[in-house]
Structure formats: structure tokens, C-alpha cells
Design a protein around this ligand. Structure first.
Ligand SMILES: Cc1ncc(COP(=O)(O)O)c(C=O)c1O
Length: 360
């Protein structure tokens, strides 16, 4: 078996311990004589899997009782529509546009009502987070929307925006469970799990109960109504059962590691290794203003497209894979999610140093 260091932005690296466990249980999950893949979502064995996953996630994130945890399909992108369909009672919402994913959510919301772009960092290729301490929040806004960690550009909100009392909705796809959060500050906190938690194909939406109502926009499909899934414990229809199972294993792994405070320390330590090198390098340069740097996604460039391509190629040959930047921005990006070991970041920096010497 030969494993690489996988710096993919998602689907992404998972803890080896978890992969081994699910491999061990592939043919016979816990004495059932079948794989979780083959199991009815209405079985007692699966009910225990989903209940335990929810319980562990609640514990990890300290989720208050007045929030529902929903395991949904359709990717994070489906939430771009589901959020306005369920929340836009006044048909007004404010969006802070800090990257492609926030922009897509903003554009989708325009289909359902008046979506206002109240701040943006597009003027500088989304390389920073705008000051959100005193934004022109619309008096009748149903919610204020952010993408908390910008996967493509590598920026992160270090401080939540001042929403002036309006409900905050956040896409945390690429920083999910990377550090502690105060769930009570959000109306909805959601993310696709394929970056920091599990396999692709599922979104976890943590939704404050008062936002879960039948009063949704006319024409909202049953499947896109939060209440449908909340009332059915995420089992209205067949969920992505295998994904829920793997995510549950990751929650157990995170608890064993010491929880989100420990993950935060580990992630800070890992990111520092890479950022410190980028700040000292004469060849490579980080693209984000230091104060808004993400701990999860680290974009960098040499300033020369051919050199970038040479780096990506040689890194791949050295077992450091998926370092190519997003197709819309180029350069490089190292995604160093929870499951990326410190040794992986050290190996990357050692390789970068060697490459810099060879290409000085
Ligand atoms: C922050 C963020 N939001 C949304 C998405 C879209 O997710 P999905 O492919 O699950 O729709 C992604 C990435 O793929 C992302 O990084």
C-alpha cells in the first residue's frame, strides 16, 4: 500500500484510522453480516449509527438544544437555493461576497427575492475579508449570509460580521470542525462534508428551530423544506447512509483526538509551518493578507505560470498531490484539513525548500 499526501480541496484526505475501520467493517458491520452500504436506513442498526453521529456532533460543537442537526443531500450548492426558499419571508437578504462560493449563493438568492451585496472583496481578487463591523444591513433583511472560509482564495472570517440583530447564515464547508464555534451566533451553519469530515454527497445543516417552519416560499419542493427533514430526523427519504456512517466515525476520531480546541491548536501549528516558510521564501508567495489567512486552504504562487506548473508536476512525482490551485485562479493551493498530519505539511515545506534551491 502506498499512500500519498493529498492536499485536495475536496473531496479530501480522511483520517487513516477511520479508513481502516470502515475497511474492517466492510463485509460485516458490527455482527449484522452486511456492510452499512447494504443496510436499510429504517433498520435498528442504522438508527443507532445516525443517532450516535448526531449525538457526537452535538457534543463536539456544543450545539444548543434549540438547533436541529440535518443530514441532507444535494451538496452545499443546493443550500444556496434552500436557504432563501426557507428563510426569505420578506424576500430580502444581505450577502457578503468574499469568493466564488459566496457569489454563487448570492446569485442564486436573486432568483427568490432581493439579494443585496452589502460588502465584497472582489476588487482585490478576494484576497482579504472586508471590514464587517458596520455594514449597511437592510432593515427588512431576512438574514445576512457569509461563506466563512473561502476555499478557493484561502481567506477566513476571524470575526463574524455585525449583523445588527439579523439572522446570520454561514457556509462553513471548508472549515467545518476545524476549531470551536459558538453555534448560538448563527441561524444556520452548514457545510458540505467532503472537505473536513467525510466522503462527498452530504451536507450537514445546523438550523435554529424557529427558522424551521411551513411558511416557505410558494412552490418550494417538499425535499427542499427544512421542516420535512427536521420532522423526520433526516430520514424522510433514503439518506446518504454510508456517508453518515463515515462522518460518524470521523466525529469519534475527533473526540478521541481531544475535540475542536485541540484540532484548532493542531491546525494553527500546521498552518504556521507553511505560512512561515511562505513569508521567508524568495520563490513562493502567499496570496492572502496575513490577518485573514485560512488555516485550511493555503494558496500560493511563484508569479510564473511555467514555474507553478513545474512545481505541481514535481511535487506530484514526490507523492505530494492535488496542489494545483483552483481552475479559476491558477497557482497552487495546499488544503490542510483536520486529517492532514503535521508530517504532511512538513514534507511539503521540505519539498518546497528543495525546489526553491534548485530553481533559484
Ligand atoms: C465554501 C464552499 N461552499 C460550497 C461548495 C460547493 O459544494 P458542493 O460541491 O457540495 O455543492 C464548496 C466546494 O466545493 C465550497 O468550498
Amino acid at each position: 500500500m502506498s499512500r500519498v499526501y493529498n492536499f485536495s480541496a475536496g473531496p479530501a484526505v480522511l483520517p487513516e484510522e477511520v479508513l481502516k475501520e470502515v475497511a474492517d467493517e466492510m463485509m460485516d458491520y458490527n455482527g449484522t453480516g452486511m456492510s452499512v452500504m447494504e443496510m436499510s436506513h429504517r433498520s435498528a442498526a442504522f438508527q443507532e449509527i445516525i443517532d450516535t453521529a448526531e449525538k457526537d456532533l452535538r457534543e463536539l460543537m456544543n450545539i444548543p438544544d434549540n438547533y436541529k442537526v440535518l443530514f441532507l443531500q444535494g451538496g452545499a450548492s443546493q443550500q444556496f437555493a434552500m436557504i432563501p426558499m426557507n428563510l426569505m419571508k420578506n424576500r430580502v437578504a444581505d450577502y457578503i461576497v468574499t469568493g466564488q462560493w459566496a457569489k454563487k449563493a448570492y446569485q442564486e438568492a436573486q432568483k427568490y427575492g432581493k439579494a443585496n451585496k452589502i460588502a465584497s472583496s472582489e476588487d482585490k481578487t478576494f484576497s482579504y475579508i472586508p471590514d464587517c463591523s458596520d455594514l449597511p444591513i437592510s432593515p427588512d433583511a431576512d438574514y445576512v449570509y457569509i461563506c466563512e472560509n473561502n476555499t478557493i482564495y484561502g481567506t477566513k472570517f476571524k470575526k463574524l460580521p455585525n449583523t445588527k440583530g439579523k439572522t446570520l447564515v454561514a457556509d462553513v464547508s471548508s472549515c467545518f470542525l476545524s476549531e470551536p464555534v459558538d453555534v448560538s451566533k448563527y441561524g444556520i451553519i452548514y457545510g458540505g462534508v467532503q472537505k473536513n469530515i467525510g466522503p462527498a454527497g452530504m451536507v450537514i445543516a445546523i438550523v435554529r428551530e424557529d427558522l424551521i417552519t411551513e411558511d416557505v416560499l410558494p412552490g418550494t419542493p417538499t425535499m427542499l423544506t427544512y421542516k420535512t427533514h427536521a420532522d423526520a430526523g433526516s430520514l424522510y427519504n433514503t439518506p446518504n447512509a454510508y456517508c453518515i456512517y463515515v462522518c460518524g466515525k470521523v466525529f469519534k476520531w475527533l473526540k478521541k483526538m481531544g475535540g475542536l480546541e485541540v484540532m484548532k491548536q493542531r491546525n494553527e501549528e500546521k498552518a504556521k509551518i507553511l505560512y512561515d516558510y511562505l513569508d521567508s521564501s524568495k520563490l513562493f508567495k502567499g496570496t492572502v493578507v496575513p490577518e485573514d489567512r485560512s488555516l485550511m486552504n493555503v494558496p500560493f504562487v511563484t508569479g510564473d505560470k511555467e514555474m507553478d506548473a513545474k512545481f505541481v508536476k514535481e511535487a506530484t512525482e514526490a507523492g505530494l498531490v492535488n496542489l494545483k490551485g483552483h481552475r479559476t485562479v491558477g497557482g497552487m493551493r495546499a488544503s490542510i484539513y483536520n486529517a492532514m498530519p503535521k508530517a504532511g505539511v512538513e514534507a511539503l515545506v521540505a519539498f518546497m525548500k528543495k525546489f526553491e534551491e534548485e530553481n533559484a
